[in-house]
Design a protein around this ligand. Sequence first.
Ligand code: DC
Length: 211
Amino acid sequence: MTIIIAIDGPAAAGKGTLARRLAAELGFDYLDTGLIYRAVGMTITRDGGDPADAALAEAAALALEPTALNAPDLRGDTAAQAASKVAAIPGVRAALLEFQRRFASHPPGGRGAVLDGRDIGTVVCPAADTKLFVTASAEKRAERRLKELQEKGEKAIYGTVLADMQERDERDRNRSVAPLVPASDAVVLDTSDLDADQAFAAALDIVRPRR
Ligand code: DC
C-alpha cells in the first residue's frame, strides 16, 4: 500500500512549497492539482473563450493531455482566475477526478504521493493517511504573493493582490461542488506567523507520527 498525504488550503498559504518539500523528504511523488485546473482554464483563455462556459470547460477537461501541464503561462494570475472559474463547474471536476486518484494510488515512484489542492482530503482522497489544511490570514498571504511577484520583477500593488486573492477564495469556498473546507479529520496548520522552514518542521511533526 502506498501512502497518501493530502494538503489543502486557500491560495498562497504556502501549500505548494510545503508539499514539494515533504515529498522530497519522504521520497514520495508530488502532484500540484491546481496546475491541472490552470491548464484547463488557460486552454480556453488562449482560444479567446470564457472559462466560466460549462460546455467549453468540460470539453477542455476531457481532452486535457498531461503535456498541457508544462505550458509556460500557468503560474500567473490570469491562469489562477481562469482555474478558479473552471473549478466551479461540476463536469470539469468529475472529468479530472480519475487522473488525480490514479496518481495518488499508483504514484510513479511507488512509495507514496503528496497531493495539494482544495478538495484532496474531502473528495479526491478521503482515505488519505494524513490530511493537512494549510492556511494563513488573507493579509499575510497577499504580502507573500506580492513579494513573490516583486522578486520576479513584476509590478504589483498590495491592494490589487489582496482583492484578487479574496475574490478567488470567495469563489473556491462558496461553489456548490467540492468547496474549499477542511476535512473533518484534517490537521489545520496556520502559517501566518511561520516562515517556510518553521512551517515545514511543523508539517513533518504532524506527518511523521501518523506514518
Ligand atoms: O492551487 P492553485 O492556486 O494553483 O489553484 C488554482 C485554482 O484551481 C484555485 O483557485 C481553485 C482551483 N482548484 C480546485 O478547485 N481544486 C483543486 N484541487 C486545486 C485547485
